[in-house]
Design a protein around this ligand. Structure first.
Ligand code: SAM
Ligand code: FES
Length: 350
């Protein structure tokens, strides 16, 4: 019988486990072990970041998408999704509002919207950098060529979020149509790193057909890639997708994985995601107490919030940006943490 506490200590010291050890850890955690894991992860995050939580202003600038990921509410086959694009003026207005609220990172996220040429994206990046040179720009617009990624980087994009979704090819193909492939996803991540972006990988916890073995593979993949940011949230079904009837990921498992990742990568930037806040009213607070150190309030205009519906019952779709910021500030304060206006770049370990 494996001693789970020893396995957690081993993870903390060596920052990695074998696939078999990860599976043993994930399948045998008692409540007491979970609390021990949580404490170690929280302590690790505190040592690195004190009680400071970084903020990123999320701007969901388009919900058009040429892809058809089976889990995603804005997939192209969802003909009931009401599509929108923000104008450049609307995007810069989001940044203005965000900047006044203290945000120093803007995340431009969207579906893979073919109507934007690389030059269009470069225009947006330059427009934001011109008005807000002290802010970081994070792109989250999917799979592109090396050349496009390089041009965006040269224009001023600092970071790129592209979850790998699952490191197992068979599993990947159960979540995506044939037009998408794991090798291409990995190619993108590798190139983004090569170019010099701060890169975010990650996956959904409890996605359909996911096994503990898959999760162990994801953890090992993340360790090897060594991304600066790691996005982990529960899978939540969307009623107009092929996965409408699948069950959602659990709060408990998501929190365990956040803690494991924190012990593996003490200085990584790990958000307590909106999806986590959607499956539990205190999900984001719990994420922080389990080792996360970033929150990403929404800066998109309230008129489009509901349309960027990746999954059912997404929270914060009715609130103004300022309300979201204040609400999170309050929530973090309640658990002894503080939002910081720092840009929140990846830093070496302390
Ligand atoms: N198009 C870009 C991309 O694919 O990277 C960015 C937008 S995409 C909607 C952002 C992330 O949302 C995906 O990487 C996926 O992990 C997450 N997501 C999509 N559908 C979800 C669902 N039903 N439940 C939880 N997360 C979901
Ligand atoms: Fe394109 Fe989800 S299928 S963003």
């Amino acid at each position: 019988m494996v001693n789970i506490k020893n396995l957690i200590k081993q993870l903390e010291e060596q920052r990695i486990l074998s696939k078999e050890e990860f599976i043993a850890l994930l399948s045998n955690l008692s409540q007491e072990d979970k609390e021990f894991l949580r404490e170690r992860a929280q302590l690790t995050a505190k040592k690195q970041f004190d009680n400071k939580i970084y903020t990123r202003g999320l701007i969901e600038f388009t919900n058009y998408c040429k892809n058809d990921c089976y889990y995603c509410g804005i997939r192209k086959s969802n003909l009931l999704a009401e599509r929108y694009r923000l104008t450049n003026e609307e995007i810069i207005a989001c940044c203005k509002e965000g900047y006044e609220l203290g945000f120093h990172t803007f995340v431009l996220q969207g579906g893979e919207d073919g109507s934007y040429s690389d030059d269009d994206i470069i225009t947006i990046i330059k427009m934001i950098k011109k008005d807000y040179p002290d802010c970081a720009i994070t792109l989250s617009i999917g799979e592109k060529s090396y050349d496009s990624y390089q041009r965006f980087h040269e224009a001023g994009a600092d970071r790129y979020l592209l979850r790998h979704e699952t490191a197992n090819e068979e599993h990947y193909n159960k979540l995506h149509p044939k037009t998408l492939s794991l090798p291409n996803r990995k190619r993108c991540l590798k190139e983004l790193k090569e170019i010099g972006y701060q890169v975010g990988a990650g996956f959904m916890v409890g996605s359909p057909y996911q096994t503990l073995e898959n999760i162990a593979e994801d953890l090992i993949f993340i360790k090897e890639l060594s991304p600066e940011m790691i996005g982990i949230g529960p899978f939540i079904p969307h009623h107009q997708t092929p996965f409408a009837k699948q069950s959602r990921g659990t709060l408990e498992q998501t929190l365990v994985i956040i803690s494991i990742l924190r012990l593996m990568m003490p200085n990584a930037l790990i958000p307590a995601t909106t999806a986590l806040g959607t499956i539990d009213p205190n999900g984001r607070e719990m994420g922080i107490l389990h080792g996360a150190n970033v929150v990403m309030p929404n800066l998109s205009p309230t008129s489009v919030r509901k349309k960027y519906e990746l999954y059912d019952n997404k929270i914060c779709t009715g609130d103004e940006a300022a309300e979201c910021r204040c609400c999170l500030e309050r929530r973090m304060k309640k658990i002894g943490y503080e939002l910081t206006s720092d840009r929140g770049d990846f830093k070496p370990e302390v």
